[in-house]
Design a protein around this ligand. Structure first.
Ligand code: HEC
Length: 285
């Protein structure tokens, strides 16, 4: 009886999957595709490959590179993007001395209160402040950027698939609309104020190419500031911003795993010892 029901249930599932497969196959045969192709499906690109020293379980930051990335963020990106989860004092972890951190913090303008009138004003940053937003609120941010709000970049490398590679690809991916796209999708148009970028899901991004000219920043360490280099460095900086303690985590993780392995072996021997006396004796044959 139960066996009969089991066979019926099995048959039901087998028929349903065959039926689903059959209708899918039929659709593909009739129209050549299952999901109607759109420009976004056909022309969206996966991020380019990017290797950073912080990758993998043994990853370490290249502090020189992260410092260069900080410079790019400071001189270019911070005009539109905030880093509200990163404190200015965290710059000490990039290898800056206490005095340098103070000097660096003072270059940022943060919201403050006038001590005599109590009115909202601005003041130079101190190490305890966080990286400020360039806009007073989202409405101001949107109105300055054609209706698109530049997102906070503190966690962007964690919030997107292939985080740093995505940011790097996005920054170096600006291009003309390919002729093939225009031919296949004549209705596709980049909206006013947008730019074509195949690494952005909708293919048109509301951020004008921020890194466009070699030498846009001048690196103190003499590294050539090509667009590619600046994009790599700022991506490395954003990995750091999202997790300044990454290196410590990697370094702590291995000894912890070693300790856990040791504790497991110890527990196993202890178990053998404790239960040795009460083990059932093998029956004599
Ligand atoms: C002129 C202002 C401006 C500057 C300068 C700028 N951005 Fe943007 N950025 C924007 C705007 C606006 C958006 C939102 C675009 C959209 O949603 O279409 C954006 C979006 C982004 C995104 C998010 C894409 C996503 O997946 O949502 C990243 C990453 C980014 N910017 C990185 C940078 C970096 C790195 C720099 C510096 C090299 C920079 N931006 C400089 C305005 C700017």
């Amino acid at each position: 009886m139960i066996r009969g029901i089991a066979i019926l249930v099995g048959l039901f599932f087998a028929t349903m999957s065959l039926w689903a497969f059959g209708t899918g196959a039929l659709t593909v045969m009739q129209q050549g595709y299952l999901v109607e192709p759109t420009a976004e499906i056909e022309f969206h690109k996966e991020p380019k490959h990017l290797a950073l020293p912080s990758d993998g379980p043994f990853g370490k930051f290249d502090l020189q590179q992260v410092q260069r990335g900080y410079q790019v963020y400071k001189e270019v990106c911070s005009a539109c993007h905030a880093l509200k989860h990163v404190a200015l004092r965290d710059l000490a972890k990039l290898g800056y001395s206490e005095a340098e951190v103070k000097g660096e913090a003072a270059k940022w303008v943060v919201p403050g209160v006038d001590p005599t009138t109590g009115e909202a004003t601005t003041r130079p940053g101190t190490p305890t402040d966080y990286f400020p937003s360039p806009y007073v609120n989202d409405i101001a941010a949107a109105s300055a950027n054609g209706g698109k709000i530049p997102p906070d970049l503190s966690l962007i490398t964690k919030a997107r698939h292939h985080g740093p590679a995505y940011v790097y690809s996005l920054l170096t991916g600006y291009a003309e609309v390919p002729a093939k796209l225009k031919q296949e999708f004549p209705d596709f148009a980049v909206p006013q104020g947008g730019s074509y970028n195949p690494y952005f899901a909708s293919l048109s991004i509301g951020m004008p190419a921020p890194l466009h000219t070699d030498g846009q920043v001048t690196y103190a360490d003499g590294t050539q500031a090509t667009v590619d280099q600046m994009a790599k460095d700022v991506s490395a900086f954003l990995v750091w911003a999202a997790e300044p303690t990454l290196q410590k985590r990697n370094q702590t993780g291995w000894p912890v795993l070693g300790f856990l392995l040791f504790a497991t072996i110890l527990a196993w021997f202890a178990k053998k010892q404790v239960w040795a006396a009460v083990k059932p004796k093998r029956a004599k044959s």
